[in-house]
Design a protein around this ligand. Structure first.
Ligand code: UGA
Length: 431
């Protein structure tokens, strides 16, 4: 099929690369000239395993074209995905001006029938607004359909998630739109849930906020564990074995970050408000998530007594392993809180240092975990990269000034760390 993807951000780029890899002819558009020029040379602006190879391969096969020219994409493609950014406004609502702009351009440029699919995470009713915009600017009365096809990929495993999703959700109003999307996804070995546009939009918001709720719930339980002497890892394991609950997203820690959960949660609270519903659970989810970072800093303070003048090593800057993304990363807030208390920060992250250097000042960036712990009073684990799990703790102890580990992702067994001679503090762990 001829597929257009407007927006070469995380979702757009992965969507374009994967559809091209499946044999479709894909035109991917972005207004950022520098980004497009880099992409044309196979240079990817994000770290995502496998993406660079896939993009390069499909550029070579001429299955994938990058351009800043939106009319080229609209003219060449029957199916056009809108995957532009929906950044948060000051009040937490999603800013849909990029979506509106794209819809207007498509309406003005489309030569014949087009299926316009929203892929960006958008508030319920956006599909309807896109339809209205297309109608208003479609002077030549060309036929079109709008559909919603939310994306559920996770950063760090985006290609695998895109190619092997748990389900494909399509929100459509016509049989034609449904058939086109079913054809596009026919090679995928998974169920397609076809529903109306509003339900498809809501599935995305409801899924992300449910997962965020699961994380805050387990973090709340981890706080109870600490108060009553239980161990969160055992509690989560015991809960997760109930099929109705499931084991995923029950890892307690410093909380969720990234450009999806915090932003989508806030946006969903605003959408609900606008629809006349106070979504109190989601407000509590946000509050617990904010508190986890403060709690983590308090744990460091309790372990060190006085923070001012101490050196803390923060291992991990990205909001989770497998990505260089530091947007809404807990590490950034934690480092800034510690700095305010007069703490000297040494840090290391396998992938996120380049991006972190742009937003953090007065922090020592080290070449590896061992140089980061040298002469440090406390090792604070914030992102659970595998290489941190496998550190040689004997070597770490020799290098540190004080053998203290505050483990914000519960990557270590308290017994093992204590046996290695450390003072260990986890999140909801039995000590
Ligand atoms: C999330 C969803 O998982 C995807 O399905 C969705 O497509 C995406 O948002 C989006 O809306 O675009 P992502 O933000 O890449 O994906 O990351 P996750 O793997 O879901 O992790 C989010 C945050 O939750 C991370 O900071 C992670 O450390 C934290 N987390 C996750 C926990 O604290 N505990 C857990 O048990 C699981």
């Amino acid at each position: 099929m001829n597929v257009g993807v407007i927006g070469a951000g995380y979702v757009g780029l992965v969507t374009a690369a994967c559809f091209a890899n499946l044999g479709n002819n894909v035109v991917c558009v972005d207004i950022d000239k520098e980004k497009i020029n880099a992409l044309k040379r196979g240079v990817i602006p994000i770290y995502e395993p496998g993406l660079r190879e896939m993009v390069k391969d499909n550029l070579r096969r001429k299955k994938l074209i990058f351009t800043t020219n939106i009319s080229l994409a609209v003219k060449k493609s029957t199916v056009i995905f809108i995957a532009v950014g929906t950044p948060p406004k000051d009040n937490g609502e999603a800013d849909l001006s990029y979506v509106e702009n794209v819809a207007r351009r498509i309406a003005m440029e489309m030569p014949s029938y087009r299926l316009i699919v929203e892929k960006s995470t958008v508030p319920v009713y956006t599909g309807r607004k896109i339809e209205e915009t297309l109608k208003a600017h479609n002077k030549r009365r060309i036929q079109f359909d709008v559909a919603s096809n939310p994306e559920f990929l996770r950063e760090g495993q985006a290609i695998n998630d895109f190619m092997n999703p748990d389900r494909i959700v399509i929100g459509v109003r016509t049989k034609k739109a449904r058939e086109i999307l079913e054809k596009l996804y026919e090679k995928f070995k998974t169920s397609i849930i076809a529903t109306d546009i509003e339900s498809a939009e809501l599935i995305k918001h409801a899924s992300n906020s449910y997962l965020a709720t699961k994380i805050s719930f387990i973090n709340a339980i981890s706080n109870i564990c600490e108060k009553c002497g239980a161990d969160i890892v055992s509690v989560a394991k015991g809960m997760g074995m109930d099929k109705r609950i499931g084991a995923g997203f029950l890892n307690a820690g410093v909380g969720f970050g990234g450009f999806c959960f915090p932003k989508d949660l806030e946006a969903f609270i605003r959408i609900s408000e606008k629809l006349g519903y106070e979504f109190d659970i989601l407000r509590a989810v946000k509050k617990i998530n904010d508190q986890q970072k403060i709690l983590f800093v308090k744990k460091i303070e309790e372990a060190l007594w006085i923070l001012n003048g101490k050196t803390v090593t923060v291992l991990g800057l990205s909001f989770k392993p497998g990505t260089d993304d530091i947007r809404y990363a807990p590490a950034i807030d934690i480092i800034n809180m510690l700095k305010k208390e007069g703490v000297k920060i040494k840090t290391f992250d396998p992938k996120a240092m380049v991006k972190a250097k742009k937003v953090l000042s007065g922090v020592t960036f080290c070449n590896d975990a061992y140089s980061a712990v040298k002469n440090s009073d406390c090792l604070a684990i914030v992102t659970e990269w595998n290489e941190f799990k496998n550190l040689d703790l004997k070597r770490v102890k020799k290098l540190m000034r004080e053998p203290v580990i505050v483990d914000g992702r519960n990557i270590y067994s308290p017994d093992r760390v204590k046996k290695a001679g450390f003072k260990y503090v986890g999140m909801g762990r039995k000590l």
